[in-house]
Design a protein around this ligand. Structure first.
Ligand code: NAD
Length: 166
């Protein structure tokens, strides 16, 4: 991946997914979100409003033009035409595996898929993927929009090579 990312998909828009949304949007990157909860859109917009206030106090530089936020009613639609996907669903192995397998299936061209998991192993999460080499854990520090720190960790099948071919 050598070019700058312009649009991402976030699967799960709770505390951490919402934090990722704020960080991306405030850095000018467009964000697609899929979260099946009826209250996800409202609570994510509340979080964004807090993040905007906090972010503007972090720097004396003018804020960038924010990215565009779009909510989708299906995971399949949310992962179309994006360059990166971050999964931030509840911490349950079977649920996350099912979500990651769907991302893998619906978005075969995306070069990098990450999970925010705090405690699950990347090798377990990528076990059933068709293209597991593009998967890794990207565990953010919380609050995500204030702390630009992410622990990254590949699994047994994660590729160590940088690739522009996918
Ligand atoms: N809370 C933290 O401090 C923290 C820090 C770093 C990483 N994490 C990790 O981030 C992940 C999310 O944690 P959180 O605190 O945001 O939890 P959360 O409960 O606040 O958010 C989870 C969201 O996922 C949504 N969801 C449920 N099923 C879904 C599905 N099938 N598809 C898409 N979305 C679905 C829920 O509606 C909810 O909005 C976990 O893996 C957790 O370990 C949490």
């Amino acid at each position: 991946m050598s070019k700058l990312i312009k649009k991402v998909a976030l699967i799960g828009g709770g505390v951490i997914g919402g934090g990722w949304a704020a960080r991306f949007l405030l850095n000018g990157i467009d964000v697609n979100v899929y979260d099946p909860s009826d209250s996800a859109e409202r609570s994510l917009n509340e979080m964004l409003s807090n993040a905007r206030g906090a972010y503007s106090k972090l720097t004396m530089a003018p804020l960038l033009k924010p990215g565009k936020l779009v909510f989708f009613d299906s995971l399949e639609k949310a992962v179309q035409d994006v360059e990166f996907v971050q999964e931030s669903a509840p911490e349950r192995l079977e649920l996350k595996r099912s979500i990651i397998n769907q991302i893998d299936r619906y978005a075969p061209e995306i070069p990098l898929i990450c999970s925010s998991t705090s405690g699950l192993k990347p090798s377990d999460l990528q076990a059933e993927m068709q293209h597991p080499e593009r998967f890794m854990v990207g565990h953010p520090f919380n609050p995500v929009y204030l702390l630009p720190l992410v622990e990254i960790c590949g699994g047994e099948k994660t590729s160590c090579k940088q690739s522009n071919s996918r």
